[in-house]
Design a binder for this molecule. Structure first.
Ligand code: 5GP
Length: 177
């Protein structure tokens, strides 16, 4: 069983998510927004952030599969579950777990903009700037982290560890040369 070294504990995450919710509530005061939760990794962050936002919101989900090996995205992205309703004329906030190379969000933003929303912004819990391949503007950011592979709070490795209540660094066994 691989080790998980704690990086951000549940209280630290909860406090930051509440702040992000307050910021979003201030910025969109008087408006209605659609929260687009990116599956699967953002289901925990999305659930907490949604409850920290004091605005009329609707919630939709977008399932993405980003091809690559275990820990690296290739930039080839497939929509596995599409939004349930058109978003033309709506304010969208995309809720993402982590921006790593930026390839997934770059694809996603290009795709969403073709649907004629009034605005599209990004709320990401984590960002790994050291790994940027395509710069992506993160409007609401939880935490900047180093180039480490994290699990927990919705994030997986091979579909496991999503239920771990904190964020930790997964120590993977050495790969054979
Ligand atoms: P990007 O396209 O920005 O390279 O990758 C974004 C996606 O890769 C994230 O939505 C996430 O699914 C996955 N990813 C990137 N870094 C990590 C990480 O440290 N841990 C986990 N569990 N997934 C990651």
């Amino acid at each position: 069983m691989p080790q998980i070294h704690p990086l951000l504990d549940a209280d630290t995450i909860a406090a930051r998510v509440r702040e992000m919710g307050r910021e979003i509530s201030r910025d969109y005061a008087g408006e209605e927004v659609v929260l687009v939760i990116v599956l699967k990794g953002s289901f925990v962050f999305g659930a907490d952030l949604a409850r920290a936002i004091d605005l009329p919101v609707t919630i939709d989900f977008l399932g993405l599969r980003s091809y690559g090996d275990g820990t690296e995205s290739s930039g080839v992205v497939e929509i596995t579950t599409d939004l349930s309703k058109p978003v033309e004329g709506k304010h969208l906030i995309v809720i993402e777990d982590i921006v790593d190379t930026g390839l997934t969000m770059d694809y996603m933003f290009k795709n969403l903009r073709t649907r004629g929303p009034k605005s599209v912004k990004l709320a990401s819990l984590l960002h790994k700037p050291a790994r940027t391949k395509v710069p992506v503007k993160i409007d609401y950011l939880g935490f900047t982290i180093d180039d480490v592979f994290v699990v927990g709070y919705g994030l997986d490795y091979a579909q496991r560890y999503r239920n771990v209540p904190f964020l930790g660094i997964l120590e993977l066994p050495e790969e054979p040369a």
